[in-house]
Every structure is written in C-alpha cells, then in structure tokens.
Ligand binder design. Sequence first.
Ligand SMILES: [Zn+2]
Ligand SMILES: [Zn+2]
Length: 216
Amino acid sequence: MKKRGRSSAPGIMVKPREWSCTFDGGAVAVSNEPLSIKCELPLSGYIDHWGQEYRFNDPVLVLATVTGDTSGLVVELAIEARTEVDCARCLEPTPLEISEVFRYFYKPLPETEGGQGQEKDAEGDEDLVLVSAVEGEIDLSDQVWEYLILSLPEKVLCSEECQGICPVCGKNKNSGECRCPGHETDPRFDVLAELIDDTGEKAPGKGGNRNGRSKK
Ligand SMILES: [Zn+2]
Ligand SMILES: [Zn+2]
C-alpha cells in the first residue's frame, strides 16, 4: 500500500533550477536543416495543481524538433512524464502517463525606433516567444515546464467505474458497500446499532465522517 494523503514536504512551485535543454538557434537559422534535441529533465517530488498533488519520481523526457530561419524558429515539443495522483472519487493513488505534443514559435523582437522593442509575448498569441535574436543559445526548459503544468488533468479516475467513497463513513466503495443509511444494511448490524444507541454511545454512520476525510 502506497502512502496516501498530503505530503509534509513543500511542493515544487517553479521550474527546477537544474533544468536546462538548450540548442544553438544559429545553427538551425543558418543551415535551414531541422534539428532534433533530446533532454531528460529530472523531477522528484510533487507539483501542487488543481488542489491536488501530482507526484513525480522519473525525469521528464523531451523530444524537440526545430526548424526555421533567421526570421523565426518553429519548435515542435513532445514531452513524456509519469506521475501519480489521487483518484478524484476514491482518493486511491493512481498512476498517470503524460504524453503531449506542443508547437510554438520563436520570433525576433520587431525592430523599432526609440528602443520600444521590450514587449514580451504578442497579445493573444501565447505560443509566441519573442527573443532579441534567434541565432543564440535557446533554452527550451521554460516551455517544457509551462506545458507540463498545462498537461496535468484536473481530474484523474482510477477507473471509469470507480464507485468513490461513502460521504458519510469514508469507506472506499470499490471494496464493497458500507452500512450507512440509504444502503442495504445487514439486519444483525441494525440490532447492534440499537444496542449501542441505548448505552448512549454514538452509532456508527450517524456521526458524519468518522475518519475525518472529506471530499469536495
Ligand atoms: Zn477511484
Ligand atoms: Zn458509508
């Protein structure tokens, strides 16, 4: 059984400092030959996103193809990663393979008089990165991080048929129904519950979430 629940260590909030996946933009711009780049970016710990913990133990694999010339470069970026996140219904740790392809563009900043070329991303086009020149060393790792976060699904289910947990007692219903009101109960249990009631103790199933776990 794997560890469940919130981790105590802080999550990874920003791109890990050691991440680097560079290529020589000049080589592509001058030769007009496509360039393939492979990187393995280490990732260990968890990313807090959508109010959940996406746990990582393996590097993110990056495969990029760069084409273009001095007027701009096109980067086709494929990322693969393995993560584990709690099922949205039953909270069991669920493995997830991330495999996504993105495309974006590097364009030189437009030549402007009076030095007004400081604008960052062109408005309305998030896939455009403006650089002073495409001929220098270009690092893809910012984009890998950005797209990795974008690839994290809001909800992951251990199975489409997942029965979830009982909102009253917190039991994982994939391993059988619980005895809370609204479900079929074992008559022997009803007798027991009455006995407990008579002694002034709280009957199970009437006091809310016994193990304190709650679900949105
Ligand atoms: Zn589940
Ligand atoms: Zn229940």
